[in-house]
Ligand binder design. Structure first.
Ligand SMILES: Cc1cc2nc3c(=O)[nH]c(=O)nc-3n(C[C@H](O)[C@H](O)[C@H](O)COP(=O)(O)OP(=O)(O)OC[C@H]3O[C@@H](n4cnc5c(N)ncnc54)[C@H](O)[C@@H]3O)c2cc1C
Length: 330
């Protein structure tokens, strides 16, 4: 069977959102290959409801490798387990998210099972005749889109950025098979062990999960002017994002950067101010639902993707918006 597999992720027993995003990516591929979509999960103490949710959001089968030694991510062991399953079941396609886990595990697995890997794909399709996976990603500094194939080795493997696709809604009427698989002792690597987790909240900006983002660019002209972006973000209970030009000038720190070499965001509302809309910036905002662009130049690229455009001076428009929202709240 030439299955399509996705690598689900969990942290402290809870499934991560990327697990469901990957299923919506994988579904179309599985349909085009006329095959099943399976999710592989490694962990421990995962509830039946969580496993069912993978089925409800698109998986036909779930392979759950359940063991206390898999509760925390450990690269060598996770890679050994995934490679072992691949050798046993020979899937056609394996997808993972370009998260810390996906970015670390997948290159190991590619070596272990002797196949290729395309990282950070923006588009995945099945070629109608050859049935090969077409793996498209930005190349040469983001100036071209390259489509990569793996014709001579199986499985065909790719990582995709978190938040670059929307998960399916839960469908309680879906049914599927959940297989609990025992961990083989010989796959466990004991050289590194997780002793404890410490969170680093200093300077943390959760752009990827934010519902509202207000992003500023080079049009802000000076670091002091970030304040007017921040004021609007606060009024909208949102967070501040930025183009790379604003980051490179030191007006905001790197965790605020949106785009190809920054974060991919999926906000319900994105307001951009003084951002031209370069392809690298646009690469990070594809799944935003409503985009409001403010730019002095009516021909700016950003208006090509925005739902609402305001051609005007951001130094007038942003404070006015903030003021009107404050009045409306009162
Ligand atoms: C490999 C690579 C990776 C990259 N990764 C990223 C990335 O992740 N994210 C990213 O953003 N860029 C990235 N870039 C850079 C990208 O090419 C652009 O340089 C950048 O996005 C431009 O930022 P900007 O829109 O703020 O600046 P500009 O393109 O200079 O645009 C500024 C805009 O502000 C407007 N403006 C000026 N004054 C006002 C005013 N008073 N009121 C209203 N509007 C005004 C102007 O009309 C203009 O449209 C990358 C580049 C490379 C080569």
């Amino acid at each position: 069977m030439s299955y399509v597999w996705t690598l689900a992720e969990q942290f402290e027993g809870k499934l991560r959102g990327v697990s469901f995003e990957l299923l919506s990516r994988g579904k179309k591929l599985a349909e085009d290959l006329d095959t099943k979509l399976c999710s592989v999960l490694m962990g421990h103490n995962i509830s039946d409801e969580a496993l069912e949710e993978l089925i409800q959001r698109g998986a036909d089968e779930v392979y759950f490798v359940d063991d206390p030694r898999l509760a925390n991510f450990q690269n060598e062991t996770y890679s050994n387990v995934l490679s072992d399953l691949i050798k046993q079941y020979s899937p056609h396609v394996v997808l993972a998210a370009a998260t810390t886990i996906g970015r670390v595990v997948m290159p190991f697995v590619a070596i272990q099972v002797d196949t290729g890997l395309t990282a950070d794909c923006t588009q995945l399709e099945i070629h109608p005749e050859t049935k090969l996976l077409l793996q498209t990603r930005p190349a040469i500094g983001g100036n071209i889109m390259a489509t990569i194939k793996t014709p001579d080795h199986m499985p065909q493997m790719a990582t995709v950025r978190p938040k670059s696709s929307r998960p399916f809604e839960k469908d309680p009427s879906r049914s599927g098979k959940i297989m609990r698989i025992a961990l083989k002792d010989e796959l466990v690597d004991t050289r590194a062990q997780v002793l404890e987790f410490r969170t680093d909240d200093a300077g943390f900006v959760n752009l990827e999960e934010a519902d509202v983002v207000v992003a500023g660019g080079k049009g802000l002209k000076r670091a002091d002017n970030v304040k007017i972006v921040d004021d609007l973000a606060k009024q909208l209970d949102g967070v501040v994002g930025a183009s790379r030009q604003a980051i490179d000038r030191g007006w905001l720190s790197y965790p605020h950067q949106v785009g190809l070499s920054g974060k991919t965001i999926s906000a319900t509302l994105l307001v951009t101010a003084g951002i031209s809309g370069s392809i690298q910036f646009l690469a990070g905002i594809k799944t935003c639902e409503n985009i409001v662009a403010i730019n002095a130049d009516g021909d700016a690229n950003i208006f090509g993707v925005s739902d609402f455009g305001i051609v005007g001076d951001l130094f007038e428009v942003l404070p006015l918006l903030t003021q009107k929202l404050a009045q409306a709240k009162k």
